[in-house]
Design a protein around this ligand. Structure first.
Ligand code: ZN
Length: 256
């Protein structure tokens, strides 16, 4: 269930604040808000042409940020400069500075960088795990909520069980565990990839479960050689403009 659709625009109704979703091709067109029935204009949004140079730069800067050769804030300043040179100033569009649709917003750009960075780490950990020895000794993993300030433990449990995940433990201490190559990891991901971050601002992470615990939980038979290695899907590149995210999510973006 991919959530990234660069052709979809999410924006709040300027009248009632209701959430609206429409095709990017409708930018600038008048429509009736389904919430308050008032006529409103769909905001114009920077096009791919405006964003392209900054996305080329972002691809170039990401390895340097990941390898700690560049500070995140310096990268954001460079990206903003490039966006500005491409005519991306929010006032050139129907966007107020600081609006969630403003791609030059500092928090927005930081979220883009952190999403990409977290995918990189999630990918490399997953890839390291995908060999016969690792899967023999640590065949399973546990889903963890590393940040309870965003989502509750119950949200995580619902997400897990809705995707068909099994629960282990006792009612006061429940564990969400599955073999590393169980399809559940793809199912709980908004991006369809089996490693964290499983969603925007999810606060979710995983921890390896050793062979003994996996056998005790009934995930593996004693003589089983462990899950078979599978190919790790490459981390997706989240480009500037890919995310049309809500103001509340943006406000919490420092938490991912
Ligand atoms: Zn409205």
């Amino acid at each position: 269930m991919p959530l990234l659709n660069p052709n979809e625009l999410k924006f709040p109704c300027p009248n009632c604040g209701g959430h609206l979703l429409c095709d990017m091709s409708l930018c600038g067109i008048k429509m009736t808000c389904p919430h308050c029935q008032n006529e409103i204009s769909v905001p114009r949004f920077p096009s791919e042409k405006h964003l392209e140079p900054a996305n080329v730069l972002l691809k170039k800067l990401l390895p340097e940020i990941i390898e700690c050769k560049m500070y995140e804030d310096d990268a954001i300043i460079e990206l903003r400069e490039t966006l500005k040179q491409s005519g991306c100033h929010p006032l050139n569009f129907d966007i107020e500075p600081g609006d969630p649709l403003d791609v030059m917003n500092f928090d927005y750009l930081r979220l883009i960088i952190r999403m990409n960075r977290n995918f990189y780490f999630g990918y490399h950990r997953w890839k390291t795990d995908q060999d016969t020895d690792s899967l023999y000794y640590s065949p399973a993993q546990e889903l963890l909520l590393s940040d309870t300030s965003i989502h509750s433990h119950n949200d995580t449990l619902s997400r897990w069980t809705a995707a068909g995940g099994k629960l282990y433990g006792i009612p006061s201490k429940i564990f969400m565990i599955a073999l590393k190559n169980d399809p559940i990891w793809v199912k709980i991901s908004a991006f369809g990839i089996p490693y964290p971050p499983f969603d925007y601002n999810s606060g979710l992470d995983v921890r390896s479960v050793d062979r003994r615990a996996a056998i005790d939980l009934g995930l593996l038979k004693k003589n089983n050689s462990g899950p078979k290695p599978i190919e790790a899907p490459n981390p997706p590149f989240i480009a500037i403009g890919d995310l049309n995210i809500s103001a509340s999510l943006l406000a919490e973006s420092t938490m991912i």
